[in-house]
Write a protein that binds this ligand. Structure first.
Ligand SMILES: Nc1nc2c(c(=O)[nH]1)N[C@H]1C(S)=C(S)[C@@H](COP(=O)(O)OP(=O)(O)OC[C@H]3O[C@@H](n4cnc5c(=O)[nH]c(N)nc54)[C@H](O)[C@@H]3O)O[C@H]1N2
Ligand SMILES: Nc1nc2c(c(=O)[nH]1)N[C@H]1C(S)=C(S)[C@@H](COP(=O)(O)OP(=O)(O)OC[C@H]3O[C@@H](n4cnc5c(=O)[nH]c(N)nc54)[C@H](O)[C@@H]3O)O[C@H]1N2
Ligand code: SF4
Ligand SMILES: [Mo]
Length: 610
């Protein structure tokens, strides 16, 4: 690991595991105090608790109920050699004061509705949102929708009204755990120790590590999940293993839902999604009378009907009476803000994030994101970003977006600023006090303070916001949790009183030519941060040699990539990991029908040898 180019960065050392930071301290009202623990704010379910030892090395916190002392390799890379050390304007180094003056002057001369604020998920701690307060107050345009989990979340909310998760601790009570389009070895590794002794079912087109260990793996055709969930529900009713008493009380629309499931043509559908009747019987047999948790990932909802897919899986959970019981339920990616009211001014004007047209704005402010790599339809995004007025990138690392920006403002890392970490995988709510000093970069709060001062916008002190978030923490055996957390998810029913089943469904299965496209998370990277993957993966028998180049084409674009082999894939699929440069040249500028989400896997891909 090398130093930052300007030589000011903190040193990484200790092989692969530890990071040695400089002075370890935290400032409070009584002066400077030694501080020991913080939390990792990377975009990840785990929200690991971190201990900084007396030598400044980063370690997992053994007392933490989820982390249990283990971190992951991403933390070794978060201060890698491409960290941005100095502000720059059109490639020329400038001071932070100059950068802020230029930003302020630009914002002053731009009509507010020509200013776009675009925030990504490079850091998911709560104070990242403080800058929204400024941009919303000047009436700039914010974004709505998501590149990530929005379709599925819309499906969850339509059925349940509120999105509660099953925490790793809640799973200790489960007898069967179903991973449905979710890859815990890569994206939620701290969950794994909680699975010991449980029966595992995996529904995933890829033979992931958890699928290899599973008692049952259904290697479904991508996008077959809606049909599978409806068929499982139908057979649960036919076989009489549904939870009738539960349904009468909590989900009385179940007979209409059962009727809806009867519109699925069994034989033709099973053929199309490549699932057998035997596998449906096996799932039902394994979960019958067992405490079952279904963990749904973002993999199932990267399609226009993603909300329906997740809602149908929820419907199956309801049919089996899984909600509101210990160790049971259906759990999707949660919301970090659930139960915490946003203290910052919200945007009154928003545009959909996955399809935003940057060229409409005279000033674009990008924070903690790399839209030029991670948004769908890269060619359109690139052109529209190029044609936008003044582009500002506020982040930690160089990437496609920093290289195309007019003004680059370096951020501070989470060790260098104060924050609070909420989680979308559990209910922990953790303090993240400043741990080390740093002469370069600016925190989100400080940047916002300077902007608010220039525009005479009222902003509370940093401590006041932190205190507000802190007031939502409830401690239990030394660990902080959101005070709003449910004891058992949905124990007290659903937001609308009852679970609301879907009442119509489009069962069409696309028959376009080409390979099914899977774009999933890469073990060594976090979207476009840290290690960037490369190449396109095929099953060895899919007809392509490892090392040869192929032209990949979808209806929006085409790109050349080198072939790699991966035996875990189906022969009719290709896989390009998230973070691969140019992957999103292939993905469409469309929104999910519900939830304004990106739909990365909507299109099939045609492949030609070159
Ligand atoms: N190492 C690492 N960890 C991460 C991230 C990262 O980039 N790298 N990203 C973080 C972020 S931003 C998120 S949103 C979470 C996401 O966490 P996950 O939901 O676990 O992530 P994915 O890899 O997108 O998808 C999971 C699985 O869905 C499968 N899948 C794809 N299409 C389908 C389908 O049509 N049906 C079914 N049943 N399965 C399908 C894929 O094969 C994959 O195994 O992970 C977080 N954690
Ligand atoms: N093909 C394909 N595309 C995808 C996906 C996929 O699975 N396949 N996944 C989608 C999903 S789920 C997501 S969540 C998005 C993620 O896409 P983005 O939100 O654009 O995230 P990253 O690529 O991780 O870029 C985050 C940047 O944040 C900056 N950063 C990190 N920490 C801080 C900080 O403390 N302050 C500031 N100011 N900046 C910081 C870093 O410089 C980093 O480059 O990508 C989406 N795109
Ligand atoms: S990226 Fe996730 S697993 Fe790794 S240290 Fe951070 S929170 Fe833990
Ligand atoms: Mo995500």
């Amino acid at each position: 690991m090398e130093d930052c180019r300007c030589g000011k960065t903190l040193q990484l050392s200790g092989g692969d595991r530890y990071l040695t930071s400089g002075t370890v301290f935290t400032i409070d009202e009584s002066g400077i105090q030694m501080s020991q623990t913080t939390a990792c704010p990377l975009d990840c379910y785990d929200a690991c608790r971190i201990v900084i030892d007396e030598k400044g090395a980063i370690k997992g916190d053994k007392t933490h109920p989820v982390t249990r002392g283990y971190l992951c390799p991403h933390l070794n890379h978060f201060q890698h050699n491409e960290r941005i050390c100095t502000p720059r304007l059109h490639g020329e180094t400038i001071s932070m004061d100059e950068a802020l003056d230029i930003l302020i002057a630009t914002l002053r001369e731009t009509k507010p509705d020509h200013v776009l604020y675009y925030r990504g998920s490079g850091n998911v701690a709560l104070m990242q949102r403080v800058s929204e307060h400024f941009f919303a107050s000047i009436k700039a345009v914010g974004t709505s929708g998501s590149l990530c989990d929005g379709a599925g979340e819309a499906g969850v909310l339509l059925g349940r009204g509120i999105n509660h998760v099953l925490t790793p601790q809640a799973l200790t009570q489960s007898e069967v755990v179903v991973f449905w389009g979710r890859n815990p070895h890569v994206t939620h590794s701290h969950l794994l120790p909680f699975l010991e002794g449980k029966k595992i079912i995996v529904i995933d087109p890829v033979k992931t590590a958890i699928a290899k260990k599973a008692d049952l793996h259904i290697q479904i055709k991508p996008h077959g999940d809606l049909h599978l969930a409806l068929l499982l529900s139908r057979f649960a009713v036919i076989e009489g293993i549904y939870d009738r008493d539960y349904l009468e009380e909590n989900a009385s629309g179940y007979s209409d839902f059962y009727e809806l499931t009867q519109t699925v043509r069994i034989k033709a559908t099973l053929e199309k999604i490549d699932v057998s009747l035997g596998q449906i019987g096996a799932v039902l047999e394994m979960i019958q009378g067992k405490k079952t948790a279904i963990l749904v990932g973002v993999g199932v909802q990267k399609y226009r009907n993603g909300a329906d897919v997740v809602r149908a899986i929820d419907g199956f959970g309801a049919i089996m009476g899984l909600f509101g019981k210990q160790g049971c339920g259906v759990s999707y990616m949660g919301s970090s803000l659930e139960g915490i009211e946003n203290p910052f001014t919200p945007f009154s004007n928003r545009v959909s994030k996955p399809t935003v047209d940057f060229s409409k704005y005279n000033c674009v402010f990008v924070q903690g994101a790399n839209p030029l790599a991670q948004m769908p339809d890269t060619i359109r995004v690139r052109e529209s970003f190029d044609r936008a007025g003044f582009k500002v990138y506020f982040g930690l690392y160089e990437n496609e977006t920093s290289r195309s920006a007019d003004l680059v403002i370096p951020a501070k890392t989470f060790l260098e600023k104060n924050d609070i970490r909420s989680s979308y995988g559990d209910y922990t709510l953790q303090e993240m006090p400043q741990m080390s000093g740093n002469e370069f970069g600016i925190s989100e709060f400080e940047l916002t303070r300077r902007l608010c001062e220039a525009f005479r916008i009222v902003l509370e002190s940093e401590e006041k916001y932190l205190e507000y978030f802190r007031s939502k923490i409830e401690y239990d055996e030394g660990t902080g949790y959101r005070s709003s957390r449910p004891n058992i998810a949905y124990e007290e029913g659903f937001a609308e009183g009852e679970f609301v089943f879907m009442d119509e469904v489009d069962l069409e299965i696309d028959t376009d030519e080409g390979f099914h496209f899977i774009t999933a998370k890469y073990p060594k990277g976090l979207n476009s941060q840290f290690h960037r993957p490369s190449g396109v993966y095929f099953h060895p028998e899919a007809g392509f040699e490892a090392g040869e180049s192929v032209l990949l084409a979808s209806s929006v674009g085409s790109v050349e990539m080198e072939v790699r082999h991966d035996e875990r894939l189906r022969q009719d699929c290709l896989l390009i990991y998230s973070g691969t440069p140019e992957v999103n040249v292939l993905t469409p500028p469309l929104l999910s029908y519900e939830g304004e989400n990106a739909v990365y896997q909507e299109f099939k891909i045609k492949v030609t040898k070159i």
